[in-house]
Structure formats: C-alpha cells, structure tokens
Write a protein that binds this ligand. Structure first.
Ligand SMILES: Nc1ncnc2c1ncn2[C@@H]1O[C@H](COP(=O)(O)OP(=O)(O)O)[C@@H](O)[C@H]1O
Ligand SMILES: [Mg+2]
Length: 357
C-alpha cells in the first residue's frame, strides 16, 4: 500500500468505480465514521443494529452474527468496524477469497478471543468446505478439526469462545440458505440519497481540512452515484483542482469545472457510460440493439459494457435491457440533449411498444 501523495496525478482509471483502489484504501481509514452516531444515513440498518448491539451489551453477551449486504462502497466494512467498536471488542478481518481451505478457517476460528468480531468480507466467495465448517462454528461455537488422512482420519471437536461473525456480501442472493439462516440479523444497505451524500462530503471535507460550501458539497454529492466511497474520491479530486486552479475553496463552480475536467458529468456518468449511451442513441437510434453490436461500436469488451457501464445506466433509468436488445429511455435522450427520431414516422422499430406513446 503506497502512501497518498497530494501532488500525485490520480490514476486515470475510473473515478466513479465503486470498488476501492490503492489510494482509497490508504485514505479511507481516516474518513471512516467510528461509531453509529457518526455513520450517515442507512436509518433502518442503523436503528436495528443499534438495538441488537445495545441489547447484547445489556445482557453482557456477545452480539448475534450480522450479515451486511449491499453494493460496493456503501459502508459494509465501516459498519463492521463500528460493530466491534460499539461492543468494545477486537476485530479480525479476513475475506472469503482468502479462505481457500477449511483449515485456513479453522486456524482463524481457533485463535479468536471471547467476544471478538470476525469480519468476513465477500463471504459469498468462500469455499464450500469452509462454509460447512462455518455453519457449525456459528451455531454451536465448535469446529471439528480433521487429523490424519484417508480412512484413518479422525475429527477432533474443538470448543470455540463465543464470537460475533460479521459477514459482508455484494451478492446476498448467492449465499446458500443454510448460511443466510445462521445470521441473527441481516442489514441491507441502500444507495444513499443526495442529501445524505452531502453530509458525507461535508464530514470528509472537515476531516481533510478542506473548505467547501453547501452548493459545492451538493454538486459533488449529485455526481457520486449514491455511493459514499465515490463521493469521497470525487471530493479528493475536486480538492486537487481547487488547490491548484482556484483558491482552495470548493464552490459549486469549482466542483463542476473540476469534475468536467475528470469527465464525470452532472449525473455521475463517466466517459465510458456516456460513450455507451451516445452509441446507442446516435448510431442505433435508441435501439433495440444487441449487446455485442453495442460493445463493438464503443470499442469495448462485451463484459465491460454489460458489467461496468450498464448497471448504473439501468439503475438511473437511462437504458433498458429487453429481450430484443438494449433500448434507450426518453431520459437518455434528454440527458445527452438529443432529440429522439420521430416516433410516429418510420422511427426505430418498436419503441412505442416499450415505452408507451
Ligand atoms: N454511512 C457513511 N457515512 C460516512 N462515510 C461513509 C459511510 N459509508 C461509507 N462511508 C465511507 O465510504 C468509504 C467506503 O466505505 P466501506 O465501508 O469501505 O464500503 P464497503 O465495505 O461497503 O465497500 C469509507 O471510507 C467510508 O469513509
Ligand atoms: Mg468493504
């Protein structure tokens, strides 16, 4: 992990990617809310979790296992750390992909202290044997350690101290029901409202010692795709711009101009998103057009268009996936400032049928 150098030009990777890059990892620790009170938004999850944790504390017990599901960058890792902090417990952090063999998990479980929080990120990517070991550990605080090989192998039961498993997943649907059922509490993280992201931006600006006004924070929040991680990343890029080109203060104008430089538009679409929409509108009259054709038109892999660009376009109601191909919605035309071809005349086939007159 390399340190964050303010003079660095940022990786021109993808400013609106929801996953963490190296720089995020380096600075996120400083921006993470430390307790439930500081955690912005997610009212429902926060209240429910607050009750679960308070009740456990009152009983002097270890908190129930918690499953957190939601898109990347919405605060799952942050919440897991908050759970440990609220319980006054140490936290051990690992992830599904890091646990290849049941033995890896046995080693972690058998070294837990009483009350410790075990954070298992990307829990849906754990191996099947490890998963089965986890069932027993979660339910009975016990694991069977297999000693020896073949017919002579024996299982030695090992008692575990009570612990709290916090599992995080972006794909709750991929979890086998027996695993899902062993969590006492499941929190579904939602995308954040713009006002909530505004609060995230103000809070982060304060921690980063950056001056920002209300309109500046709103401008960044509106382009952050409902995701705090993206809001924090855009804030850092806008800060760079404000420092070099403006007098260091982030206003609406500074934020807007900076994000134009970084090609993040008013709705949070980046170059790739816009290229896909533009091809769909300008080359194919709004569709329907097949994914492969669309991908060739923008010079990207099918997977890139389907998995990187489309989910957000669909979520924003700009693009629809239909059995006959990709179709632009009226909002897409409006967003790019284009006029759809006459629908009554020989416009592109079938659009009326899909979106009404
Ligand atoms: N509710 C929130 N309030 C304030 N900041 C948040 C919130 N949720 C996430 N963040 C910020 O967003 C970043 C990413 O959050 P993280 O917990 O790593 O997301 P996830 O684990 O879901 O991918 C963190 O640096 C954190 O500071
Ligand atoms: Mg995480």
């Amino acid at each position: 992990m390399n340190g964050y150098d303010e003079t660095d030009i940022p990786e021109p990777d993808r400013l609106v990617a929801p996953g963490a890059d190296g720089e995020d990892t380096a600075v996120e620790a400083a921006l993470r809310p430390k307790d439930l009170g500081e955690f912005v938004g997610q009212e429902k999850v926060r209240q429910q979790l607050d009750l679960v944790l308070k009740a456990a504390k009152q009983r002097g017990a270890t908190a129930d296992h918690v499953l957190l599901s939601g898109a990347p960058g919405l605060g799952k890792t942050t919440l897991s750390m908050i759970i440990a902090a609220e319980m006054g417990a140490p936290i051990r952090i690992t992830s599904g992909p890091a646990i290849q063999h049941a033995g890896d998990l046995a080693a972690i479980l058998s070294s837990l202290q009483e009350g410790e929080v075990l954070f298992l990120d990307e829990i849906h990517r754990m191996s099947r044997p490890a998963e089965e070991m986890l069932y027993m550990a979660m339910e009975d605080f016990r694991v069977d350690v297999i000693v020896g090989k073949g017919p002579g192998a024996t299982a030695i039961p090992l008692e575990l101290p009570p612990f709290t498993l916090v599992g995080a997943t972006t794909r709750a649907g991929l979890l086998p029901p027996p695993l899902r059922d062993r969590f006492g509490f499941t929190g579904h993280m939602e995308f954040y409202a713009p006002e909530e992201l505004e609060r995230v931006v103000h809070r982060s600006a304060r921690l980063l010692d950056v001056e920002i006004d209300t309109a500046g924070a709103a401008e960044i929040a509106g382009r952050s795709r409902g995701t705090p991680r993206i809001a924090n990343r855009l804030l850092r890029r806008v800060r760079d711009y404000a420092q070099v080109r403006a007098d260091g203060v982030i206003t609406r104008e500074v934020a807007g101009t900076a994000l134009q430089v970084y090609e993040v538009d008013a709705r949070g679409l980046d170059r790739l998103d816009r290229a896909v929409l533009e091809a769909l509108l300008k080359l194919f009259g709004g569709g329907p057009v097949g994914l492969s054709t669309l991908a060739v038109a923008v010079g990207e892999e099918r997977e890139t268009v389907e998995e990187v660009a489309e989910p957000f376009l669909v979520r924003e109601g700009l693009l629809a996936r239909t059995p006959r191909g990709r179709v632009a919605t009226p909002a897409a035309w409006a967003h790019l400032g284009l006029v759809p071809p006459q629908q009554a005349g020989g416009g592109p086939r079938g659009q009326q049928g899909l979106f009404g007159a």
